[in-house]
Design a protein around this ligand. Structure first.
Ligand code: FE2
Length: 128
């Protein structure tokens, strides 16, 4: 079973915090204020431009954000993509102008959960 992480966002500075232990409390503080526990969106529609699309071929796992690629402008972009398995977490930070497409080397028999974060539309998740 893949551990379900908790992601928090600071409403003051925009920092994202990830609790990496399952017993983390729900009250984390940043900038002197309690952070917001983010809920991952899991709505799957063909038009959804935020949903991670996962393709696995052998040990190559490719994550593409959206069936139509998500924008990657300075105002609106995917900031990171994270792939979590039972024993490892891999995160790629993206920047303006990058394609929101990332490949990872993960054996295809290992189940993963993929997260992505849009600076305007929040946290997205899918299991593969
Ligand atoms: Fe977005």
């Amino acid at each position: 079973m893949v551990y379900e992480p908790k992601f928090y966002r600071c409403s003051e500075c925009g920092a994202i915090l990830e609790a990496i232990t399952p017993h983390c409390c729900d009250e984390l503080f940043c900038c002197g204020k309690e952070t917001e526990l983010m809920r991952a969106n899991e709505l799957i529609t063909l038009e959804e431009k935020h949903m991670p699309v996962v393709k696995r071929e052998g040990n190559t796992l490719t994550v593409c954000i959206g069936r139509v690629l998500h924008p990657m402008s300075s105002e609106h972009s995917i900031l990171w993509i994270e792939v979590k398995s039972k024993y490892k977490t891999r995160r790629v930070m993206l920047k303006k102008g990058d394609d929101p497409v990332v490949t990872f080397n993960i054996p295809e028999t290992i189940p993963v959960t993929v997260y992505s974060y849009c600076n305007l539309h929040g946290l997205w998740r899918i299991s593969a």
